[in-house]
Design a protein around this ligand. Structure first.
Ligand SMILES: [Mn+2]
Length: 278
């Protein structure tokens, strides 16, 4: 059995299939860690979900911002933007099945694996983990989001409320709606933050051009990191897979932007890539 971590797929179905072929993916024993943004912007979101749903027993998945946006569209609380490529998926007869499945996925995944002979705790989120959260706290915050997302009474309100960049930091004084929006932003949209977890969501570019007072989130001292911890995340294509931190791995290598889709074997560290087709 092998564990492979794969970056933002975003509807790049052809590249996903070519990549799985490259790693000799075996659905009877291998496991895929998918950091989210399974859909949108790319050409084949429907095919991606059909396929991933069919191998869901082999997948550990965390939700990304585009997956949450798809859920909001399906629930009728948001509207398609010009850059969304989700029309055929939203018209699919199987939409309800896929939305039900996606809603149950967490914002954080963690498991212990033996990598190069050493036991490691792998932790994955879509965008990152803010500096002031332990693993236990992050799991609680993920559970709170899931509970709201899966509640027939609270779901629509949660989805409508999740859009927006404020508040920018955690405090005991923020309301439940503000807390859920901030925590969803931490898990699924964060790039730059300061050492106390204040986020800046407007800047999407090169990590070297951090806005004043902010760093890439993974350059802060992180409460979640212990000696055997290894973090995995996607979302930030401009990093080109490079964090400069040995136990934090960026998985998004910009397939959607004409670059490539990447899989990393978590047991031996080998990296496999498939270039964007056409
Ligand atoms: Mn994303």
């Amino acid at each position: 059995m092998a564990n492979y971590a794969i970056g933002d797929i975003q509807g790049c179905y052809q590249e996903l299939i070519l990549l799985l072929d490259k790693i000799n993916f075996n659905s009877s024993e291998d496991r895929l860690w998918l950091c989210g943004d399974l859909v949108n912007r790319g050409p084949d979101s429907l095919k991606c979900l059909e396929f991933l749903h069919s191998i869901k027993q082999n997948c550990l998945i965390t939700l990304g911002n585009h997956d949450l946006h798809l859920i909001a569209l399906a629930e009728g609380v948001s509207e398609l933007s010009k850059t969304d490529t989700l029309k055929d998926l939203l018209q699919s007869r199987s939409l309800d099945l896929y939305i039900k499945w996606l809603k149950q996925l967490p914002l954080i995944q963690a498991d212990t694996l033996v990598s190069k002979g050493i036991k490691k705790e792998y932790i994955m989120t879509h965008a990152g983990v803010p500096p002031h959260w332990s693993l236990e706290e992050a799991k609680q915050h993920s559970n709170e989001i899931s509970k709201n997302l899966n509640s027939p009474i609270l779901s629509k309100h949660f989805l409508k409320n999740m859009y927006g960049n404020e508040p920018s930091s955690d405090s005991k004084n923020i309301s439940k709606d503000e807390r859920l929006r901030l925590h969803t932003n931490y898990f699924t949209r964060m790039r730059f933050c300061d050492e106390r977890g204040r986020i800046e969501l407007k800047n999407k570019g090169n990590p070297a051009n951090a806005p004043q007072g902010f760093k890439p989130w993974f350059k802060n001292e992180l409460k979640i990191m212990e000696e055997s911890t290894h973090l995995l995340f996607g979302h930030w294509a401009a990093l080109k897979g490079i964090t400069g931190v040995h136990n934090i791995t960026a998985l998004d290598t910009g397939c959607i932007w004409g670059e490539r889709l990447t899989a990393i074997n978590l047991e031996d560290g080998r990296v496999f890539s498939c270039n964007r087709v056409n």
